[in-house]
Ligand binder design. Sequence first.
Ligand code: GTB
Length: 218
Amino acid sequence: MTTITITAFEKSPDRGRGLARDMRIRWALEEVGQTYNVRLVSFAALKEPGHLALHPFGQIPTFEQGDLALFETGAIVLHIADHYQGLMPPDPNARACAISWIFAALNTVEPPILELANTRLLEADQPWTAQRLPLLEAHIRQRLEQVSVRLGDADWLEHTFSAGDLMMISVLIRLNSSGLLDEFPNIAAYVARGEARPAYQRAFAAQLAVFLANEQGG
Ligand code: GTB
């Protein structure tokens, strides 16, 4: 099988805490047992023609295998799940449900989480921010409540672990340090279940190793 190469930040701003989006791809590849190479990219190189040919928005991650070059984590995880065993139920209806959760994670749950993160990062000193933050947190709470109701006391969103869970947990992990997950114990436990998976642990260690190597190299 042709080698898989993904891209990741040369110096991730999260200092290897697993928040950059290459983590989702690493995790998916670990779940299906596929080895992969990583090409580390600087922030400057992201916007250069070589990388823009792979990713029109000049971002990470990308996925290359033979003639195929993909961008967008949703598309990449879906591709991996469809081509290797371990992330997609074989039944066509169950597959369609798993895909619904990938879209739900990216289209419905992630946007308010990103809005909160961006407001904290980019608008912290703006006069409107103190009033805006509770509103943004309320948007997130609403989504968490809805996911919490659907999840109930199940381990995973649809019977068995799937690419839908991988994407939903990847999105929710961003809230780990916010305190918001503590309000929804079943979601906190769901995220912890995902993080405890050996494939997640291997992926996390691999991306942390990039940061640690950088630290040592100066
Ligand atoms: N919709 C795209 C996808 O899902 O693939 C979004 C890809 C994306 O946002 N990539 C980011 C990127 O390349 C890295 S992950 N940004 C550089 C740019 O746009 O110029 C986002 C990210 C970055 C840093 C942290 N962090 O430090 O905590 C977390 C998440």
